[in-house]
Design a protein around this ligand. Structure first.
Ligand SMILES: [Mn+2]
Length: 520
């Protein structure tokens, strides 16, 4: 069911003619609003945009014509859906629902972030949306795709801006059909009644409750609500638990191995974060608040186009560095302390994850340098193992990291009478995790499986020395973590976060502004 709107082709034609006439401002009457075609720096813009997210016609500076989301072309989204459906049994249905707007207080919402699997399968960035994929092996694509969204609402548009029309959903998101979200429950019911399997996920908040009631599931499945009692009961029946399968493990398997397009976007995300780390080393001075450093980091990433931080940054000075997830970031940085920053951005749908530790005043003390080099030696040896050829799993690399850490720490004066296991007190976390659309993409990736080319993982050994008599006094209250993002290759690891310095000479150079590095 299409909601009538002026055809996109008409908008495009008018848009093209204004470009030919090179008129900077031309009003185009769209069914919903007036969109002016404006060219800035050679990039075409439609203002205000008639779409619910950046598309090439409205945001040419962010996205190319063949792309659905920045960096990811339409054909890639099709490949993901095709591979998913090919991996499922005949007569399977996949149902995936968009993320919900979350509220901070009253009606004040947080910035919307799409749910990860829905984003992976569609690239559609609006809430109150859903997709149903039907396996149809005899067709060209092997599946049939129905999208549901709120579409055009002239009254709402005045307040919130446009949403993508069903017609544009078909054109730009490659759906076979697009309908209003209110039809979703009834369409699902009729399709589910004939399907053998229905792959869908229960909302995460009900995972903790002992039994997932079909009722809570259905509430989640009908974002617009307002189902009548009989509709509700019918839908319940059509989704009998014998048919229902979890979707997340199926999508998780695909998401584990990144495509070349994902590698590029993830490299850009890591480079933006890495450059921010570099500049923050220059920016930081004794006497500053950790808070100012965190703010500067977020500013640098946002200015380069990052949509949000991938996680709450850790800016831990001195003994705060011993708290692995230190996030209050509200104390003053003292001269002579080390500053541990675990911070990175999300960019075009992909997280990055980088940690660096550097001296607040720009110069390592001999003790700091000794401990730092111990961690760095371990970290570099571990990165060398991140290849398919090494046939190692993340857990094997972790065990290796404990052995290496013990040896390096013994070399500089630590004693471990109980063997490698006793390194736990100083190095209590895992060596790393897969990264991708989610910061921790590990929930459906087996950490005991050998690494495969195309995976992206972090390698982040750390040492956190409490002021205990059994540890060398010179290293008390120093916390050091060095974290890179590594693209696993067949024979060679590829470090995505190379723009963040980690050799002592490079860090001191960045802190002192050598090579003209500026803090802004
Ligand atoms: Mn990490």
């Amino acid at each position: 069911m299409f909601v009538r709107s002026l055809s996109t082709a008409a908008v495009k034609a008018a848009f093209a003619s204004t470009r030919l006439a090179s008129s900077p401002h031309a009003l185009i009457h769209h069914a919903r609003c007036y969109a002016s075609a404006i060219t800035v720096n050679g990039f075409s813009q439609l203002k205000p945009t008639p779409y619910g997210q950046p598309l090439a016609a409205s945001h040419a500076h962010l996205i190319r014509t063949e792309e659905t989301t920045p960096g990811i072309p339409q054909e890639e989204y099709d490949r993901r859906r095709r591979e998913l459906m090919e991996s499922l049994p005949d007569d399977s249905l996949v149902v995936c629902v968009a993320g919900q707007v979350k509220y901070m207080s009253g009606r004040e919402s947080y910035k919307f972030r799409q749910s990860s699997d829905f984003w992976y399968l569609t690239g559609f960035d609006e809430p109150e949306a859903a997709v149903i994929l039907e396996k149809r092996p005899s067709t060209r694509r092997g599946y049939y795709m129905r999208m549901f969204s709120t579409g055009t609402d002239t009254a709402k548009e005045k307040w919130d801006g446009a949403k993508t029309s069903p017609e544009d959903v078909v054109q730009y998101f490659d759906a076979d059909e697009a309908e209003h979200i209110s039809t979703f429950p009834s369409v699902l019911r009729s399709l589910a009644s004939t399907a053998s399997y229905v792959y869908l996920d229960v909302p995460s908040h009900s995972k903790r409750s002992r039994a997932v009631s079909p009722r809570s599931l259905l509430k989640y499945l009908s974002p617009s609500g307002g189902l009548s009692r009989s509709e509700y009961d019918n839908l319940l029946e059509s989704l009998s638990s014998s048919k229902r399968k979890a979707l997340a493990p199926e999508v998780g398997r695909l998401r584990a191995i990144k495509s070349k397009y994902e590698h590029n976007v993830m490299r850009q995300a890591a480079e933006i974060s890495g450059r921010a780390h570099n500049k923050v080393m220059r920016f930081t001075e004794p006497g500053m608040s950790e808070h100012a450093v965190a703010a500067h980091f977020e500013y640098l990433c946002a200015r380069e186009g990052s949509q949000r931080p991938a996680y709450v940054p850790v800016v831990a000075s001195g003994p705060n560095g011993l708290i692995i997830h230190y996030t209050p970031n509200n104390q003053l940085i003292a001269d002579g302390e080390m500053v541990l920053i675990d911070a990175a951005c999300e960019y075009n749908g992909y997280a990055s994850d980088i940690t660096r530790t550097f001296p607040a005043n720009g110069t390592f003390t001999p003790e700091q340098a000794t401990l730092y080099n111990a961690v760095l030696t371990v970290q570099k040896q571990l990165i060398a193992l991140c290849t398919e050829a090494s046939c190692m799993s993340l857990m094997q690399i972790h065990r290796e990291s404990c052995n290496m850490m013990r040896k390096e720490l013994e070399r500089i004066g630590f004693r471990f009478p109980l063997g490698a296991g006793s390194v736990d007190t100083l190095y209590p976390h895992l060596v790393g995790h897969p990264v991708g659309i989610d910061l921790h993409e590990s929930s459906h990736i087996d950490k005991n499986e050998p690494l495969k080319a195309g995976m992206v993982i972090t390698i982040e050994p750390g040492v956190y020395v409490p002021p205990y008599i059994e540890f060398p006094k010179a290293f008390h209250n120093i916390g050091i973590r060095i974290e890179d993002e590594v693209l696993v290759g067949k024979e060679q690891p590829d470090i995505l976060s190379v723009t963040a310095p980690k050799e002592i000479a490079d860090i001191e150079g960045s802190c002192k502004g050598l090579l003209g590095l500026t803090p802004f």
